[in-house]
Design a binder for this molecule. Sequence first.
Ligand code: SF4
Length: 486
Amino acid sequence: MGGMAAPSSNFYAIWRAENEARLSLLEQGAPNPSERLLQGVWNHQRLLRDQLKTLDGKPVRVLHPGFWNREAGPDFQGAMVQIGDESPQSGDIEIDLTSSCWHAHNHDTNPAYRKVILHVVWSGNDPGASPMPAMALEQFLDSPLTEIKSWFNSDAAQGWPDALSGECCAPLRHLVPEQAGDLLHQAAEIRFHSKARAFEARARQCGWEQALWEGLFRALGYKQNVWPMQRLAELLPQICARGSSVLVLQSRLFGVGGLLPAELADASPNSYLRRLWDHWWRERDRFNNLLLPKELWRFSGLRPANQPQRRLALAAHWLATDKLLSRLETWFTTNSEEPIMHSLLKCLQPPSDEFWSAHWSLRSLRLSKPQPLLGESRLTDLAVNVILPWFWMRARAGQNDRLQRVAQDRFFDWPMAQDNALLRLARQRLFGSASVRWIKSAAAQQGLLQIVRDCCNHSNAICEQCPFPDLVRSWEAHMKTEATKN
Ligand code: SF4
């Protein structure tokens, strides 16, 4: 095989250069750069940083650009900027093409944008158009726009800027993966026990079984709908008589939750929605003082599988069997040959649901392929956040050391959960990369989240007064001392 191809004979490089030139011509014809490009510029601070000024002429010092938010809400969160003679402020940054986008995109009425401290736009000259200080990037790029566009299509622009890594990143890099893994393991243990203690506190008030139901419902609420789910779980003793049919339980959970339509003009007489609705309206008066307002639920940004009705449909199956707890106990106390995820999935996955196996939501079209009501990612959440801490605490209350060990071992053996934006940002800040190959278990992810909670959430984007870097250094010194003893 020959060596590296000379650039002139590299077809791919030639194609890429031509394509970039074509794209750049197209973009040059466009009146404005894309918002995504502006976000990349802000993320990497491709700016004349010592010349920045607001539209009304005050100097702007960007002490930290914040962290790029790929979900709903402001584009950068946790930034730190100093405007004019004011003290530095922490808050969010929103990036738009023009100041008028603030109102046009309804940021003014969206509570998620309340913490925006600087509106960064491409061009503009009216300082009054945004309700907070605004700055136009057009005049402050560190290179001509054509060069910036070409850079934006390169790998360099897509990576994590080293300058955004946390203060703990350097000391963590000194550790070998086993040492860093041990630290995450210890943080995960703290998290596991604190979840378990929360179950104990709740069980003192309402009993172990009710505490478990509340944990399961909260986990089904995903992060957006924890509170309405918690409230519905608290109401279970009043609204869900054991032994009721799945349809009755679904109609009550949806009805009390405020999740059924008020009018039903277009449903055919035998449709699932019609049957739910008819049942609910016969019973509604009985539950009148328990109804939740629909506004309590959040639907935006939810994946179809996380829609609250679909999650409640699953819970109705669990409630209808009246055997969920004994099935979980059998799962927990039996040593199965099967991987633990499979055996727990069998225990929690209901038989197919006439309606919900074939629809994502009450109004969606029939799916071409049936979908299970419970998938592996939600299963992992249920296991590591609810079921295993609950069993651990109940075993501890019963002074059963063996079962405590079983719960803890299963927690530490549990396979990795689905990735999310919080975990990704934590890996980037702590380890300087979105991909850390040795983080392979749900417990390591939990450890990471615990460090974010204990440290990042109490500090700011520039890691002021964060004790974690010192902890990592003393951990390294401790490990060295231990190694010399052996
Ligand atoms: S706040 Fe602390 S734990 Fe978080 S990235 Fe900074 S130094 Fe690390």
